[in-house]
Design a protein around this ligand. Structure first.
Ligand code: GLC
Ligand code: CA
Length: 543
């Protein structure tokens, strides 16, 4: 069954994906950490937002050296988050509401406590030795090559007992699996089938482009473009990322999904367009249904630059490839902190009216911001390992508890529960779901109107995209205007990226009907010739 309104399209094309970080969404048992029963309790809220699919960041058993991205058992639930039975309830309740559930698949590495790795490191001749990437020390006893961990330091750790180094592209408790070993390939396909058999609708695949490494283990060259921000950026990662061989592997994963009905896979891919497009595969050899397009997260917030970015992406997207857009996730500073609360409304209008599948990060719908984390409370491994650049690489600030109400613990936990695992935002008594639900002009009220408008409009959900030239150079520099069109419906989206009023001056005849302003305070007829946007205003206008 599909809740899809437009039968020509699939759920993951027309619907909005909502990402939940399970530790931080809802704590049902009062231990200060979110859990699966908590998420189940909040499903009516999620449904009411107009979301089609929920993506859960990892909820598997894990020693939590990277907060669940270090998986110790791919086919179970971490007791902190609940049980497999709790998961089954969650899945059934999601489906009961006509929504989909996607899991985070983390195939590149396991936890160092995964039984596979315990076996692998137990001796050089263990049958699973080759499931991970082991290398002899360099002649001087040092690391086998210059590869770096994303989280600071070398990507190699020495194992005293067996006298070799193992590879880990993240923390040392996250050893990389060896996908040149076909048993590993098959084991991960079994993991996929385990969840697909349960009825899970798809996967977000963690660092999908890192799964294959250079067979010769060559040193990576120094990057000519290093900006000095992070040590990892110093090398050009040509031997650890986006190798041609990774695409065979992804095609194989896609085949597993395609042997089921109506499932999907979105890959985590931070890449320029030319490299990104390869991850769609070809009509004969498909890869990801969607390779994440993170350009809006990384974009300088400038109307002309964003327009060019959208136009360029649209121009190179193969005809049969479906676009997608993202404003935030658990690895990036909060949208509202990056570009400010006023522009966050404009950005959400952009996200939800561009062509393609939008992915929203929990809390962005109420305008949550980064929460400053006092030094003694920092938990995220890159921030702990590299304290001098914790403000750049630390991800705790965007992972704080969801703000549900103004009570102690913000409704994330009961008022008398244990203190939450990360601090609450100082402003949670104002910025929370309950408060914003009772205010018709709040961020949440705005977000829901926008979601509903998108859903009700074929032009916005599946229509074509075309950006427009504006009347004056000033408007051109500060505003981004585009048209979406489908089934005889035409919608114009006009976004003011500046804090000044802008006269748009469209060379379109007559008038249109303004159906939504970011400020929620105007509707009705507007003359195109003198269309004016107020500071930080975005509008959707029906033609
Ligand atoms: C991805 C995840 C990130 C995690 C890393 C290692 O980038 O999004 O949170 O730390 O992979 O699994
Ligand atoms: Ca809990």
């Amino acid at each position: 069954m599909t809740s899809n309104a437009n039968p020509k399209y699939l759920w993951w094309q027309t619907g909005v994906v909502y990402q939940i970080y399970p530790r931080s969404y809802m704590d049902a048992n009062g231990d200060g950490i979110g859990d699966l029963p908590g998420i189940t309790q909040r499903l009516d809220y999620i449904k009411d937002l107009g979301v089609e699919a929920v993506w859960l960041s990892p909820m598997y058993p894990s020693p939590m050296h990277d907060f669940g991205y270090d998986v110790a058992d791919y086919c179970d639930v971490n007791p902190t988050f609940g049980t497999l039975a709790d998961f089954d309830v969650l899945l059934a309740e999601v489906h009961k509401r006509g929504m989909k559930l996607m899991l985070d698949l983390v195939p590149n590495h396991t936890s160092s406590e995964h039984p596979w790795f315990l076996e692998s490191r137990s001796s050089r001749d263990n049958p699973k030795r080759d499931w991970y990437i082991w290398r002899d020390p360099a002649p001087d006893g040092g690391v086998p090559n210059n590869w770096l961990s994303h989280f600071g330091g070398p990507a190699w750790t020495f194992d005293e007992k067996t006298g070799q180094y193992y590879l880990h592209q993240f923390v040392k408790q996250q050893p990389d699996l060896n996908y040149r070993n076909l048993e590993v390939v098959e084991a991960m396909r079994d993991v996929m089938r385990f969840w697909l058999d349960k009825g899970v609708d798809g996967f977000r695949v963690d660092v999908i482009g890192l799964m294959m490494k250079d067979e010769q283990f060559r040193d990576e060259p120094i990057s000519p473009n290093w900006d000095g921000r992070t040590p990892f950026g110093k090398l050009d990662h040509i031997y650890t990322a986006n190798l041609p061989e990774v695409h065979d592997l992804i095609r194989g994963m896609r085949k597993v999904l395609d042997s089921y009905d109506d499932r999907m896979m979105v890959g985590e891919t931070y890449l320029p367009n030319d490299m990104l497009m390869v991850y769609y595969g070809t009509p004969e050899q498909r890869e990801c249904h969607l390779p994440f397009n993170f350009q809006l997260i990384l974009a300088p917030w400038d109307a002309a630059k964003v327009r060019k970015m959208v136009d360029d992406y649209e121009a190179v997207l193969p005809a049969d490839a479906w676009p997608n857009w993202v404003l935030g996730n658990h690895d990036q500073h909060r949208l509202s902190t990056r570009i400010g609360a006023h522009q966050a409304r404009v950005a959400n209008m952009l996200l939800l009216t561009l062509r393609g599948t939008p992915t929203c990060y929990y809390g962005d719908e109420i305008g949550m911001q980064d929460v400053p984390i006092p030094a003694h409370m920092i938990q995220d491994p890159p921030a702990v390992n590299m304290p001098e650049i914790a403000h750049i690489v630390g991800r705790d600030p965007e992972r704080t508890p969801m703000q549900w109400n103004a009570l102690p613990n913000a409704g994330f936990s009961a008022p008398d529960a244990k203190e939450a695992w990360l601090p609450l935002a100082a402003n949670y008594t104002e910025v929370n779901v309950e408060q914003e639900s009772s205010n018709p002009y709040s961020f949440l009220s705005y977000f829901k109107k926008l979601m509903a408008l998108r859903k009700s409009s074929p032009a916005l959900t599946v229509g074509s995209y075309r950006s427009l030239e504006l009347g004056s150079p000033k408007a051109q520099a500060s505003c981004f205007v585009y048209e979406r069109q489908a089934e005889g419906q035409r919608m114009l989206v006009a976004l003011n990226f500046s804090a000044r009023e802008q006269k748009i001056g469209l060379s379109l005849p007559g008038s249109g009907k303004l159906v939504l302003s970011t400020r929620l305070d105007r509707e009705g007829d507007v003359q195109f010739a003198d269309l004016t946007l107020r500071p930080n205003e975005g509008c959707v206008i029906a033609l």
